[in-house]
Design a protein. Structure first.
Length: 394
């Protein structure tokens, strides 16, 4: 008689699967117009430039590119990340940077390094769903910070820090996922000063900052006085080059960065060498900002097409925001509507969105929903909104 196996770890069964990933699988069938995924548009990938970069890596240094490499990352890619950060107002050296397998891994490394089960973490409400999963795996207590249309309320944050004694605040301050909102500069300064005064780690996740369609760039939290020695800044090449590369980066104070590197050694030794070298070759050969101008122009048109049609597509009394960049519009249906329940009717009409409820750390808002505008042309967006109107009116 065979004995039963020992059970899975509690964390493996207590953290739910991402409903966003499940919705994406549901909407993969041909003909569906999906506002669900936070995906970059594949037709805008610079496939020719990236292929040339890989060819260059294989031609010039195949032995190195196909070999194991150091945990911290390829020097030339770290230098390129540091140069872009410095150009954006945050003085950074290559040694300040750790290359990661996507910025999601950077967040996991931070959680591994800083958090013990039972610790308290503060998050925006609503917040990035995969961050909630990450913190759930870490076994910590997640407490939402009161937010308004501009993001974190610094006064409410100060009260929570004094009352809850958290270890860190996780925030996506620029074109936030899921809401698309951006934390104003004066609030960033207040959050940074508060972190310095009260003793708080800041985890600043910035995958969307280069996707600005209007307005002026707002300095990173990490660039504000008070935040210098306590901010982990996470970045990604997924939205500006290609997500399939799985390349991200972490800029952090030396003690935290070194600890994160040790955690990465235990996780995967290092990020793919060939992908790092090819990315560095690409950045050396191509003016990324010229490429991004093309991407931003296309996304601006798509955002505007979505915003122009929401008034007719959503029920009377609905409200939504107008993000200055990023990938998402956040909407709220009138009281009594449940976006999760209505999704079934939408999918039946070959259109999809993401209900907002899973993004909340507490007290979900069933009437909220997230719409992404990046992966469809303006004409397709118009047809998707027609289908959405039909579904929500039924």
């Amino acid at each position: 008689m065979r004995a039963e196996l020992p059970p899975f770890a509690a964390r493996a069964t207590s953290v739910a699967a991402s409903p966003v990933r499940e919705i994406l699988a549901l909407t993969e069938r041909p003909g569906v117009i999906s506002f669900a995924g936070g995906l970059p548009a594949p037709e805008l990938f610079d496939a020719a430039g990236l292929r040339a970069a890989y060819d260059s890596a294989f031609t010039d240094c195949a032995g190195r590119a196909l070999q194991y490499s150091v945990t911290e990352g390829a020097t030339e890619l770290r230098e390129a990340v540091a140069a872009r950060a410095t150009a954006h107002g945050l003085l950074t050296a290559a040694d300040d940077v750790l290359i990661t397998t996507g910025s999601q891994q950077a967040l996991t490394l931070i959680a591994t390094t800083l958090l013990e089960p039972g610790d308290t973490v503060l998050v925006e409400n609503p917040t990035y769903l995969a961050a909630l999963q990450c913190f759930g795996m870490a076994g910590v207590r997640v407490v939402p910070v009161p937010c308004d249309e501009d993001g974190i309320d610094p006064a409410a944050l100060a009260e929570l820090v004094l009352r809850e004694r958290p270890k860190l605040l996780y925030t996506v301050p620029t074109f936030q996922n899921p809401t698309g909102r951006t934390l104003p500069g004066e609030r960033r300064a207040a959050v940074a000063a508060l972190a310095g005064r009260l003793g708080l780690w800041l985890v600043e996740d910035d995958p969307y900052g280069d996707l600005r369609y209007e307005g002026e760039r707002v300095p990173w939290l990490a660039a504000h006085p008070g935040a210098e020695d306590r901010t982990a800044l996470l970045g990604s090449f997924s939205k500006i080059m290609a997500p399939g590369l799985r390349l991200g980066w972490l800029r952090a104070p030396a003690p935290l960065r070194r600890a994160a590197a040790r955690a990465k050694q235990a996780a995967d030794l290092h990020t793919s060498t060939i992908d790092q070298i090819a990315a560095a070759r690409y950045l050396a050969a191509v003016d990324l900002d010229v490429h991004l101008d093309t991407v931003r122009g296309a996304y601006r048109e798509r955002r505007d097409a979505l915003l122009a049609g929401l008034g007719e597509a959503l029920p009377a009394g609905s409200v939504w925001n107008r993000p200055e960049g990023g990938m998402f519009v956040w909407a709220r249906l009138p009281a009594g509507h449940d976006a999760g329940e209505l999704l079934k009717a939408a999918v039946a009409c070959d259109v999809a969105y993401v209900p907002g409820a899973p993004f909340f750390a507490s007290e979900p808002d069933p009437a909220s929903l997230r719409l992404s505008f990046t992966t469809h042309t303006p004409a397709e967006i118009g047809e998707g909104l027609r289908r959405l109107r039909e579904a929500l009116a039924g």
